[in-house]
Design a protein around this ligand. Sequence first.
Ligand code: FAD
Ligand code: FES
Ligand code: FES
Length: 1295
Amino acid sequence: MAAQPIKNMEVKKESFLEFYIHGELKRVNTVGLKPEMTLNDYIRNNLGLTGTKNMCKEGGCGICIVSVSIENPVTKVREVFAVNSCLVSILSCNGWDITTIEGVGNRKKGYHAIQDRIVKLNGTQCGFCTPGMVMNMYALQQSGKTKMADIENSFGGNTCRCTGYRPILDAFKSLAADSDEALLGILPDIEEIKLCKKDGCEKICPTPCATTPKTPLYYDLGSSSELQNVGSVSSEQVWFKVSTVAEIFSIINNPNNENRSYRLIAGNTAKGVYKDMNKRDYYIDISGVSELRTHSLSTTRLTIGANCTLAETMDIFLNIADRDEGFKHLTKCADHLDLVANVAVRNIGTLAGNLMIKYAHKEFPSDVFLILEIMNAKIVIDNGSAVQSVSPATFLNYNLTKSIIRRIEIPPLDNTFFLETYKIMPRAQNAHGYVNAGFLFRVRNNSVVAASIVYGGINPNFVHATAAEKYIMGKQLFNNQNLSVFFQNLSSDIQPNHFLPDPSPEYRKQLAIALAYKFILSLAPETTLSADVRSGAKKLIRPALSTGVQEYTVNEAMLPVGKGVTKLEAVDQASGAAQYTFDLPDAPHQLHAAFVYANFAPGSKLKDIGTSKAMAITGVEAFYKAEDIPGKNTFMAPINPFFYNTDEPLFVATGDFLKFYGQPVGIIVASSRDIAMEASALVEITCDPAQTSPLLTVPAVMAQNATERIHHVNTILPSKIDREAKVKFEGTFNMGCQAHFAMEMQVVQVIPTDDGGLHIQPSTQYIDGVQYAVSDVLKMPANKITITVKRVGGAFGSKLTRSQWTACAAALAAYKLNRPVKMALSMEENMNVIGKRNPAYCTYKVGTDENGIIKYLDQKIYSDVGAYHNCVPVMQTLDALTNTYVSNTFDLEYNFVITDTPASTWARAPGAVEGIAMLENVLEHIAYKTGKDPLDVRMANINPAHTTLLSMINQFIVWSDYRARRKAVDDFNKVNRWRKKGLAVIPISISLQFLVNHYSQISIYHIDGTIAVSHGGVEIGQGINTKVAQVVAYEFGVPIEQIVIRPTDNMISPNNFGTGGALTTESVCMSLKAGCGKLKERIQWAKGIANLPDETPWPLLVKNAWALGVTLTENTMFVQDPNGPNKADYVIYGVCATEVEVDMLTGSHIINRVDLFEDAGDSSNPFVDIGQVEGAFTMGMGYWTIENTVYNHDGRNMTTSTWNYKPPGPKDIPVNFRVKLPSNQPNPSTPYKNKATSEPPTCLGFSVPLAIKDALKSARTQGNPQADGWVPIDGPFTVENIFMKCMNNFNQYRL
Ligand SMILES: Cc1cc2nc3c(=O)[nH]c(=O)nc-3n(C[C@H](O)[C@H](O)[C@H](O)COP(=O)(O)OP(=O)(O)OC[C@H]3O[C@@H](n4cnc5c(N)ncnc54)[C@H](O)[C@@H]3O)c2cc1C
Ligand code: FES
Ligand code: FES
């Protein structure tokens, strides 16, 4: 029955929203509120609760998650769940109880068990993601989902770039009802859990329950008065809250609203996918309409309210499937929904909302649409006077004017129906499908009597594979001849379009056909299948629980150095107290700056910048361009060749050429960040078009023979020349870039000081660089520039030179206007303009003997530096290319190449990742050509001088059970055609040289003997502050709790090298050793003067020294003297074996197991070091498998959001991740016998693509005996790349 509008409906006007935050009632005046204002904006900006972060603002990263308790409109029971506060409009929050990280536990009231666990199990590094992680777990725990498998499955929406997830998952699983005691051996702190019995909800509510408002009501968001008519909208924006369908129609059918635009608000998550939050005249919040949230079951159908959330729908599906034979297939659809978005989105995102995205954007590969269409469901549409039931396919073109989706009706299926769905995604969770597919066949006596085949991700108009459906009707299904024609029909049905950054049409077409084959294999009785193809029938499903080993020994000689100490900041990070630059409160009269971008192809000439429209916006204060810069127009500080080779303009000047798409031409300064960004988009830029197409990659430069872009830097000639070789071959290898994806974007706050200087607080790894660059840009004496940095929310190299850019821009504005200015890049801006890991390309010619021993290797390396050659990792690449193996026959030529992309920049283990990969690729190729085991080839070539490495490898072979597993993998591959395994081992040795300087300052307070330290390193998550505190505690023999670490500061650490290259912690610790030594000497002197006994407690020793006038502070700088006693360079070793399993019919893979030895010397803190190892490996793994940057023909980056750029998620990590820090390997080169760990394991990630290659080798040769099993690496092994290299062909698809 259609819902009739209510005559004379009364709509109550409310001027205040009411909700609780941590039990405290908030009343928010709605006048002037904008629907675009999110809960996240309110929490951070209005309440100053900055523990809740934001980054992507599209539901993709999870750092904004809060827990909410909301009354379910159907059951009237309050439910607790996680939401992404960046997606929720503040106007939706009336009646909500909201808990942010600050309310979960804090310094005053004590910490929650979840916070405690993530601290104890070392689940934080930079800590920027930590509040979101804790809040997701908190909501999960309160909602009663506390099984380990639920927990492991629920973090797909939470990105952590630092940790590699293992410790986070372990921390949370240790709180599970079925927790494995090995995880911690401690049961959950149940006293923390307070059950609320109100209305029988039995949920855990930390606060009083807010009252759900009586509806209908409306909030007038403008200055206008009462509604002129029942439900009619005044000239200003209005937000309605309704609780019946009739109320919806009363409003939208009110004649006074005839020409007014509106939007229904259910979960409001669609804006995470398509950001079309264009202003509407009015909004109707329908989340409380119970009729749209109910469900019922009859013999003929399951009826579900259109606005049931996806999470509710999954529960309903599983419940009904359990109860009713006719709905067994719903389990499969629930599993499919589990792959849609992530928990926080599914908690509020609804069926109808999803369908409406598909309705508005036909190209959207909606999973909801797919499963409804394949189940023969009906969508019931209500226009207020009639209801119409249509199929999902018909719905797409149905006239929905002033209509709503009312409900969904799903018919039962008897046991002659076979249903299956697939979704192939770039990573395991929280990604849209490249192709999704649904198959429903009715089969009797092996003959098809009904067939439905639905695909998403093909082209906007594609729904059914009609020719294939028609062909297969009435045919015997398990017949190779029929199948062959069936696949041909599919091939003609499927005509994919191409819209970047989607994968290629060819892949999507072949994948779609392969999925159909997979479905048919899954139906076929085993007896009809040859044994080897059976492996194609099953989906590649990751085990529910991952596990790991962390093995290390503690060297007790210098405790607490050597002890596993949890990070000093971990508690503050886990409770949201840790403050980052991004969180700094606005200073009085503060303004916000945003870059203005020239969105034109590189090579375009900047003609004019029109700012009149932008300047007309209220709140805009100024626009500055190149000509306004008092000093030099470059943000690059000419410090040393590590960090500077050429100028890079702060803003492109008029008359100059753009070097890459979207290069900044100026900044807008305004009263808020939103206004600055809105105004920035209104600046009108004109350019003379580029004369040539951009060259975006090294292969493109080579193809154009643009030799002027190729610059030779260095050649290492062989000292031994022997061109005689049994085996000779050549090859190429192409590596892409990698976005740093630090969770805290580039951000800076600049405050003018009363002496005409500036106080700058950048999120930077390099205070000296910022000081130098700002000084040059403003022509300001360096001593007037004060810089402090407390901590950085992830950096990985992106905040070495690149943070100078935003710092200079904001400093220019602050200087010109004499007002504080903050500048924070959005995720898209960051991805667009900040350069990435250097892509690289190499060619090689190699000759070996029959055992694979290299006789010669000629390798030419081409490093893509982007538009400016400031970060050229020559030394690191060449070092990695010669280090492990006997290299006196190597002829290595290093070139850098200019391309039309943002300047590449340092990224974790820069150069080393490329160098190791290039050489390991050659060794793998040798093994392939000689037919030897790849590990044996490596052992034969390793430089015998690396005795530590050789001994590590020998231990490792036993520890990882390599030989037996190698055989098992080969045996598996022989009998499985469509599922393959791969195994690869790589060793590394990386040299570390301390040719850099770092300061530290220690101050001891006579009052109580406590100690404060400031040092020249920056805490970026690598644990430097904790290791520093350990060293100081050891040196003075005091408890670590007596030491605090103060921010990095250019007064204390002037002229200090940047933090990076895994050098800083060691270097700072060495400066501390010297400083502590001097202080100890003075304190001992005073002790002698006062004749104090040896057992005098530390506070008294300090007091005594102070009384005798001893200076209790010491500032020391460490710099290596390469020829003297300070010589501190050393080699770091590692070895890693990765085993993967690949589905050759989809290109998806699982990393089944990783065994990893990392040489940490005598680890100074195994907790921190294991965290670094796991995190670095995961970043390397992401680089080689998932992370893919795609540019369009204009050089525009098409992968700038969480929707299309995917770092690894928690279910992409190894299922079994075994890490060992070998014992008894003290490092003689450092005083604390340890080695650096933060970068080298990134290089071990290369074992993943090698393992995939191993699997591919078997697939290629088994499918095509003539085929070359060798697969050149060309960019990351994405699902697309893997599938395309399988050499599948549907002619091979047989039973
Ligand atoms: C990070 C992320 C990842 C995602 N991944 C996937 C994925 O992998 N696969 C996939 O299929 N989807 C995915 N989605 C989409 C997600 O499923 C939708 O955002 C969600 O279902 C929309 O529901 P909503 O209630 O939030 O809609 P809203 O945002 O509230 O509304 C969306 C539109 O629907 C209209 N609308 C809502 N209810 C009705 C109704 N009853 N009748 C008529 N119109 C109505 C609204 O007016 C609005 O125009 C993803 C979303 C995000 C944010
Ligand atoms: S900021 Fe909300 S999910 Fe990323
Ligand atoms: S600790 Fe997770 S992003 Fe840094």
